[in-house]
Design a protein around this ligand. Structure first.
Ligand code: 3PG
Length: 309
């Protein structure tokens, strides 16, 4: 029987990515890709997933409710890095394999992080005299695939690159010409720019607090291409009010975006929609990897990228 792979993306992939995803199964008659793009209601998602064997999502929420509606579902692949949008406990209970596609969209996110740094350093292109990235210290908070790509690009700008990641061996980070610091506190008090690459989980939510932010040197810029939940928003309001040199730029607007935009217009910027992974290249890489992982799972039981083991 043909297996239905539902691609449910509220923010669609580039058309070229969809054609390349379809090519992966072109010579296989037992798979079919169906699209649910730009949906606005959960009911549309539930309806489309009800006869799906596999599901590909981006930041779309794979909740228990969605899984309850998907009686045939065996595998969910988050085409991207962060999988905080999948209810892993529900997936495990229902014997659904959950995967991500690590590394496939990292360069796109890293390029945006550096682009946002230039934008803030140049005063949001408002014509005033800004500053340069050359010689500035950048702290990479978590050295995964995106962090590593940020380090590579930041070095091209002539920045001094620091990182903190307790889960990555120091010699691996140092091999990239990056200085390793011993604590989160040291990273923030050392660096003019801090680029966030931590996942959102119970340990990290609201962990970026006032003391950390206030320890940053004069002219501090916090760059968030990770998740809004890792920021303590009360602390963000407080630091922006307390220090007129402090800037915050994020690819994921905080809940208090309207207030921050009103009170600190020159020193904050939030993209209208999460843009980090929104390049044709990243869409192709992550989308194709997702289809390949699904086929490898059904054909060979390959669970290499499973995150709910
Ligand atoms: C990720 O975790 O891969 C990024 O946040 C990209 O998310 P998106 O696919 O919704 O753009």
């Amino acid at each position: 029987m043909t297996k239905k792979i539902l691609v449910a993306t509220e923010k669609p992939f580039a058309p070229d990515a969809i054609s390349q995803m379809k090519k992966v199964i072109a010579d296989k008659s037992d798979y079919a890709i169906e699209l649910l793009e730009k949906y606005t209601e959960v009911s549309q998602f539930k309806d489309a997933v009800k006869d799906a064997d596999a599901l590909i999502i981006r930041s779309d929420k794979a909740t228990r409710e969605v899984m309850d509606a998907a009686q045939k579902l065996k595998i969910i692949v988050r085409a991207g890095a962060g999988y905080d949008n999948i209810d892993l406990a529900a997936a495990s209970e229902k014997n659904i394999v959950a995967m991500n596609t690590p590394g496939q969209n990292s360069n796109a996110v890293a390029e945006l992080a550096l682009g946002m740094m230039v934008y803030m350093a140049r005063c949001k292109f408002n014509g005033k005299s800004g500053s340069e990235l050359l010689g500035k210290k950048i702290g990479i908070h978590a050295y995964g695939n995106v962090g590593k790509a940020v380090a590579r690009i930041a070095k091209g700008f002539g920045m001094e690159v620091y990182a903190f990641d307790p889960f990555v061996a120091a010699d691996k980070i140092e091999a990239d010409g990056v200085k390793v610091v011993g604590s989160v506190e040291e990273l923030y008090r050392t660096c003019h720019y801090v680029s966030l690459h931590i996942p959102a989980n119970d340990k990290t939510k609201k962990s970026i607090n006032f003391d950390l932010l206030n320890s940053m040197p004069k002219g501090a810029v916090l760059v968030n291409t990770a998740r809004k939940e890792v920021i303590c928003e009360e602390s963000m309001k407080k630091i922006l009010a307390a220090r007129n040199d402090f800037k915050y730029v994020s690819d994921i607007a905080p809940d208090c975006a309207e207030e921050l935009n009103k009170d600190f217009a020159d020193r904050v910027y939030f993209t209208p929609k999460k843009m980090g992974a929104q390049t044709e290249e990243a869409n192709i890489n992550a989308g194709v990897a997702a289809v390949e992982q699904i086929v490898a799972y059904f054909e060979n039981g390959d669970t290499t990228f499973q995150v709910n083991k």
